[in-house]
Write a protein that binds this ligand. Sequence first.
Ligand SMILES: *Cc1c(COP(=O)(O)O)cnc(C)c1O
Length: 357
Amino acid sequence: MVQAEDSRIRLAFPELGDAELDAVRAVFASGTLTMGPKVEELEGLVAAACGVEDAVAVSNGTAALHLAVLALGIGPGDEVIVPAYTFPATANAVRLAGATPVLVDVDPATFNLDVGRVYDAVTPRTKAVLAVHLFGRPLDWEALQSAVPPEVTLLEDAAGALGARWRGMPCGGLGAAGCLSFHPRKLVTTGEGGAVTTNDAVLAEAVRRLRHHGIEGTDIAEPSTNYRLADILCAVGIPQLRRLDELLAERTRVAAGYTERLRDLVEVPSADDGDAHGWQAYVIRLDRRVEAMETLRAEGIEVQIGTYALHHLSAYRDQGPFPGADEAFERALALPLHSRLTDADLDRVAEGVRRFA
Ligand SMILES: *Cc1c(COP(=O)(O)O)cnc(C)c1O
């Protein structure tokens, strides 16, 4: 059954309006399209949202991950622990830096790292854990801290966790550095964009240098690439960061609407007590996921897989088995999540899901 275009329920829909258009117009009028004042303005708002001293805007979340790893001096011979179930950029960034991503299984109930297994994966070569708050669900940071020796650096892939809080503290401000994404499926979007957050001034300076060819004053000691974020795109993000609480409240409303309708039918996502979920995605778990995804899509409801089990990708096939990641991959279904969803939309999605419960 093919539905008319206007009855399609979109997976994501960015929150862009007049405020963003006005901000872009102001950049056009200024004539400064990159490396101008909007970059710093965005960085200030990101740092404040994450409760850190510094934020460095970069061209996307993957660039943020890549630069955070590089800025720590992690490279060939080093190991970085990453979850086996995550967006592949988490592991790719480690590989791109020349280091070895060591996959660790996840708990399918939370979609996050199984912290007990992190402890077992630490070796003398382990330099860092790149921990993910997957879909915006805060990882139990204290449990992670106690699972690794103090010389192992804790990094956050907080690409989908802007606005999320672990025990009241903002995600993106918990580790030595946090990596954010402003992709259109995230809470705040610039189309493409990202940032590295940190309280470490030396690390922030290294990220700044590495996003800009490695230029330091008039010299380049270590050649790097161009990972800058244009002022035009920073301008798009600034009004959204100013109303971050409002944006998160809207997604929290939709998530609560789904939970109310679905909690007795399938496994629904939540955060630990005392934490605030960032709702980058609303991902349920059900047995007949493949069938449900095909059917809902055919009915004009844009559902999606959760994310990837990395050990099934050619690049990471040498590791495993990871039964937690397998279960997460096979059973996860991301439902449409954005502020335009009405109660009628939620009813329609829930009705669709109910048939596969
Ligand atoms: C979105 C996302 C990324 C990648 O961000 P991009 O801006 O698309 O490069 C990395 N990790 C996680 C967990 C993400 O959700």
